[in-house]
Design a protein around this ligand. Structure first.
Ligand code: NAD
Length: 401
C-alpha cells in the first residue's frame, strides 16, 4: 500500500485531501497540521478587526478527515526528500511514497529592522485575534492616558491584505470609539505604502475606486513612502527618495501587511527556493523529486502568458490541490501526470462588509454588487475546503442559517 503524506491543511492541502479521499485505491493518507482546525486565510482581516469571531472562519479538520485517513496534529520540522521522510517537532518521523507540501505562508519583513519586535502580524488565527485584542486594549488605555497615539492604527502596505484590513477596521470604527469613549472621527487610521501606483493587478480606474472609497471613509494614505524601520510605537518611512530624508509616524497599533513568503521549512529542508517558494515543474512536482508535489503559497508556477509566476491566492491554491491529487492518482495507476493549467476567475477585494471591487473574468465589479460576488467567492472556497456542511454553517448568506 502506498503512503501519501500531506503537509498543511490550508486551501491547497485540504483540497488535495478531499480529492484523494473521493477515490478508492491501494493507498493510505496521513494529513499533518499544527492546528486541529482549518482557517480561511483570506478572512483573517475580519478576525483582526473584530468583524467576525474566529469560529466563523475556522472549522475542525476532523470534519473533513475520513476514517481511512490519519490526522496528525503536529508541527513539521524538516523534509528529507532523499530518505522520503518528514520529521515532526514532536520527535515522530513519517515515511512517504508521495508527498504533498502545502505548508502555506508567513509574513515577510524584507529584513526591515524592528518589524518582528514592534509590529503586529496577521498570518494565522492566533495573530489575527491578537491584533483585535491589542486594538481594544489601546482603546481602553485611552480612557486613562488620553494619549492620541492610543487611537491611531497604522497598516503597513496597501496590497490586497492591507486594503481588506483597512476596510474591516473602518467597519468597526464606531465599536472602537465606544470602547475609548470618544467620537468615531477622533480615531485615526493610516496606511503607509512604498509605491504610488497601488494595486497594479487592476487598471488605474478600478484601483482608484477602492482607494478613494477608503479615503472618503477617513483612511489617510501615505503613498510613495517606503518603510525603513519600525521602532516601538513608531513607523519610520522615507519621505524623500532623493535626499533620503525620513519621517516618523507614531501610533500604538502598527500592523505589518507588506507581503508574504512561503514556510521556513522549505529553506530549512534544502529546497531550491526563493522567499520560501519553489519553482515547480509543469505537473507541480519538485524538479528534483517526481514524488514530491509543492502547492499553494510554497509553490511558484510560471504563467506562460507573461513569463511571471502567478500571484499566490486561495483560488490557485485550491486549483493546485485538485491537480496534485489527480497526478498522484495517475502515478499510483502508472499513468502519466498532466501539466497544471490555471485560468483565474478574477479577484475581488472586500472593503468592509458591504463594499468590494475587483475583476470577475475580465469585467470590473465594484460597490455592493461586488461585495455580493465576494461573499459568493468566500462560500465557494468553504465548499471546496470543507464541503456542504461547512458552507451551510459558516457561509456568508443568511438564507443558510
Ligand atoms: P502584496 O505583496 O500583494 O502587497 C504588499 C504591499 O506592501 C505592496 O503594495 C508593496 O508595495 C507594499 N510594501 C512592501 N514593502 C513595503 C515597505 N517597506 N514599506 C511600505 N510598503 C511596502 O501582499 P499581500 O497584500 O499580503 O498579498 C499577498 C498575496 O495574497 C497576493 O498575491 C495577494 O493578491 C493575495 N491576496 C488576495 C486576496 C484576495 O483575493 N481578496 C486577499 C489578500 C491577499
Amino acid at each position: 500500500m502506498k503512503e501519501i503524506v500531506i503537509l498543511g491543511a490550508g486551501y491547497a492541502g485540504l483540497k488535495a485531501l478531499r480529492r484523494l479521499q473521493a477515490n478508492k485505491g491501494d493507498f493510505h493518507i496521513t494529513l499533518v497540521d499544527r492546528n486541529k482546525y482549518h482557517y480561511e486565510a483570506t478572512d483573517l482581516h475580519e478576525v483582526a478587526a473584530g468583524t467576525q469571531p474566529k469560529g466563523k472562519i475556522t472549522f475542525p479538520i476532523a470534519d473533513v478527515v475520513k476514517a481511512s485517513t490519519t490526522f496528525e496534529q503536529a508541527e513539521v520540522k524538516l523534509i528529507d526528500r532523499t530518505k522520503q521522510k518528514v520529521q515532526l517537532t514532536n520527535g515522530k518521523s513519517l515515511a512517504y511514497d508521495y508527498l504533498i507540501v502545502s505548508l502555506g505562508f508567513r509574513s515577510e519583513s524584507f529584513g526591515i529592522a524592528g518589524v518582528a519586535e514592534n509590529a503586529l502580524e496577521m498570518v494565522d488565527v492566533v495573530s489575527a485575534e491578537n491584533v483585535y485584542q491589542h486594538i481594544m486594549q489601546q482603546m481602553k488605555d485611552y480612557t486613562k492616558t488620553k494619549n492620541q497615539d492610543d487611537l491611531k492604527i497604522v497598516v503597513c502596505g496597501a496590497g490586497f491584505t492591507g486594503i481588506e484590513l483597512l476596510g474591516a477596521l473602518e467597519d468597526n470604527r464606531k465599536r472602537f470609539a465606544a470602547a475609548a469613549g470618544v467620537e468615531p472621527q477622533k480615531l485615526e487610521f493610516y496606511c503607509v505604502e512604498a509605491v504610488t501606483r497601488l494595486l497594479p493587478m487592476f487598471d488605474e480606474k478600478l484601483a482608484d475606486y477602492g482607494i478613494s472609497t477608503l479615503k472618503k471613509w477617513g483612511i489617510k494614505f501615505l503613498t510613495g513612502k517606503p518603510i525603513k524601520e519600525i521602532k516601538p510605537n513608531t513607523v519610520i518611512y522615507q519621505e524623500n527618495k532623493e535626499t533620503g530624508e525620513t519621517k516618523e509616524l507614531t501610533a500604538r497599533t502598527i500592523i505589518w501587511t507588506t507581503g508574504v513568503s512561503g514556510s521556513k521549512v522549505m529553506e530549512a529542508s534544502g529546497f531550491s527556493q526563493r522567499r520560501g517558494r519553489v519553482m515547480v515543474s509543469a505537473d507541480l512536482t519538485d524538479p528534483d523529486f517526481s514524488n514530491v508535489y509543492i502547492i499553494g503559497d510554497v509553490s511558484a508556477v510560471m504563467n506562460t502568458e507573461n513569463n511571471r509566476p502567478y500571484p499566490t491566492t486561495a483560488q490557485i491554491a485550491l486549483s493546485m490541490g485538485e491537480h496534485a491529487a489527480r497526478n498522484i492518482l495517475a502515478q499510483i495507476n502508472r499513468a502519466a501526470t498532466t501539466p497544471f493549467t490555471f485560468k483565474s476567475l478574477g479577484s475581488v477585494a472586500s472593503i468592509g462588509n458591504t463594499h468590494a471591487f475587483g475583476l470577475v473574468g475580465k469585467s470590473a465589479v465594484k460597490g455592493y454588487p461586488a461585495s455580493f460576488v465576494k461573499k459568493m467567492i468566500m462560500d465557494k472556497s468553504l465548499l471546496e475546503t470543507g464541503g456542504v456542511k461547512e458552507m451551510l454553517a459558516k457561509g456568508r448568506f443568511d438564507l443558510y442559517h
